[in-house]
Design a protein around this ligand. Structure first.
Ligand code: ADP
Ligand code: MG
Length: 333
């Protein structure tokens, strides 16, 4: 069988098999946005890692080295945000061709450092090698109070499902980067491509959610809501019903979709890489958090659906209902 047949999640399952049972100091191993370890003490340790490879995840034509530096740390901090945010420390493994200009590495680190410092994250180590192309792997460790961790599991039937920001911007931005011919104004173009190149990790929202002590489940939207809400469903032993008309789509994203004769919902549901947070809570708590996020963080939080008994993610569109589970981004397909 080929990896493209097995798929990304099939491969992770294959790697996951055959290990001894986890010991008491492992609170969460494979299967959430971060692993959660108990070093004994007041705080738990979060660990996450993400890799970016030139010409697979980015092209030097489309990404400035500065933006790439931002993105490499931002996507890891997004996983930390999804667990409730934490004080973080990073490790950077960097491979690059020997004939690369030093200025490129310098600009990369400017982006990496500036984004890290915006979120109080410090670089503590890594590894440096030569390579035929740029390869960047970042590992982030986070320290978080014991009672504050948010997991993908834990959603309750009747919970409402909320998402931050707008969904689909990143996929729209990528489309624009690949096919730049457009009638969109400069503002919209800059907005969409920045949403793709330099996502903002929702660290402050993650903290707000975890401090409330009343959010039941949380995940960051890296693969698209169809796939990521599917993870929350699976880990929580529930299903979800998502209302298509409630999915928050920015005007810029709508305009580009219209121009390309596409349905923007396809980008929002399946595009991925928006790095917004999806969480579940009771309707009262959710309303409260929506208001707090708006006033304290100036960040839109939208109710998009509800958790139901059963399994899988169902999309309601008019009077049609469709199962969209696992239709998100998959690295081997
Ligand atoms: P995320 O999108 O939040 O980074 P992924 O979908 O990439 O999460 O991964 C899902 C889970 O599988 C995570 O717990 C991750 O640590 C784990 N995982 C991914 N790749 C591997 C691997 N090669 N070996 C072991 N665990 C992995
Ligand atoms: Mg994640």
């Amino acid at each position: 069988m080929l990896l493209k047949e097995l798929g990304e999640f099939g491969l992770i399952d294959l790697f996951r098999n055959g290990w001894p049972r986890e010991t008491a100091d492992v609170i969460k191993g494979i299967g959430d946005d971060c692993a959660v370890l108990d070093p004994g003490g007041e705080r738990l340790l979060l660990v996450t890692t993400d890799m970016l490879i030139q010409d697979v995840h980015f092209s030097v034509k489309n990404f400035s080295p500065y933006d790439l530096g931002v993105r490499c740390i931002a996507v890891n901090l997004s996983d930390i945000a999804a667990m409730g945010s934490a004080r973080t420390f990073s490790f950077l493994s960097f491979g690059a061709p020997p004939d690369m200009e030093t200025a490129i590495a310098e600009a990369f680190m400017d982006g990496f450092r500036e984004c890290s410092l915006r979120y109080d994250s410090l670089l503590l180590g890594g590894d440096t090698v030569s390579s035929d192309r740029m390869v960047v792997n970042v590992c982030v460790l986070g320290l978080i109070e014991r009672e504050r961790v948010l997991y993908r599991g834990g959603a309750k039937a009747g919970d409402r499902v909320y998402v931050s920001g707008f969904l689909g911007d990143s996929a729209a931005g990528l489309e624009l980067i690949k096919n730049p011919q457009t009638s969109l104004g400069l503002r919209d173009r800059d907005y969409l491509s920045a949403r793709h190149r330099t996502p903002e990790p929702r660290i402050r929202l993650g903290r707000l959610l975890s401090q409330s002590g009343q959010v039941h489940a949380c995940i960051d939207l890296s693969d698209g809501i169809a796939s990521d809400a599917g993870h929350v469903c699976r880990e929580s032993g529930l299903g979800a019903r998502i209302q298509a008309e409630n999915i928050p789509i920015s005007n810029a994203c709508r305009k580009l979709a219209q121009e390309r004769n596409l349905d923007p919902l396809t980008w929002s549901l399946f595009g991925g890489e928006d790095f917004e947070l999806l969480f579940t809570a009771s309707p009262e708590i959710g309303r409260n958090l929506q208001a707090k996020s708006r006033t304290e963080l100036d960040l839109l939080v939208t109710e998009v659906g509800e958790m139901i008994s059963g399994q899988g993610v169902r999309l309601v569109r008019g009077n049609q209902e469709e199962d969209i589970t696992s239709k998100g981004y998959n690295h081997f397909r």
